[in-house]
Design a protein around this ligand. Structure first.
Ligand SMILES: [Zn+2]
Length: 170
């Protein structure tokens, strides 16, 4: 239900979330095989240090209840990238949202207005922009954006070569 893989769920509790009412907090950690991996190259690395305070990632809501994953983060010493934050299997590097939440946001912005996404998922519009950037970057190279392409139309007026070039014929 949390939409996570390679993750150990240690506990799940309801906590007061202030004006948002109660929030569900799942305390998690990466499974052994997914732990201590560089967040840039996914290589398994020696541990460097552990954060003093746990960090939270927003997950997909359970009905009207907001969900957060909470974990202690650590840094690893990668031979190629130096000391970097270790990857976590439930979120993309640098994100405060789970990958499942981000994928839902990215899908929804293709089918609804930004204001609908912001209200429905209770997320700031700036966060939506950052999420879409991360999802597109993560999918780059995995998706052939020209697959099924049959015809290209190019606006002749905006072409620096002028109307003599007519690439849209045929
Ligand atoms: Zn690395």
């Amino acid at each position: 239900m949390l939409g996570v893989e390679h993750t150990v769920i240690e506990s799940v509790d309801l906590e007061s979330g202030g004006r948002d009412g109660e929030v569900l907090v799942a305390r998690v950690r990466p499974k052994a095989g997914a732990a201590r991996r560089c967040s840039r190259c996914q290589r398994r690395c020696p541990g460097y240090d552990t954060s003093a305070t746990p960090r939270r990632w927003r997950g997909l809501d359970f009905g009207s209840t907001q969900v957060f994953l909470q974990a202690t983060t650590r840094r690893v010493s990668c031979p190629e990238h130096g000391v970097v934050v270790a990857a976590v299997p439930w979120a993309r590097p640098g994100s405060r949202f789970t990958a499942a939440f981000e994928d839902s946001v990215a899908w929804l912005v293709c089918h609804a207005t930004l204001s609908v996404v912001v209200i429905l998922l209770r997320v700031a519009w700036r966060s939506v922009s950052d999420i879409v950037t991360r999802v597109v970057a993560a999918r780059a190279g995995q998706v052939d954006r020209l697959a099924g392409l049959r015809r290209i139309g190019i606006d002749e007026i905006s072409s620096p070569l002028g109307p003599a070039v007519s690439p849209c014929r045929g």
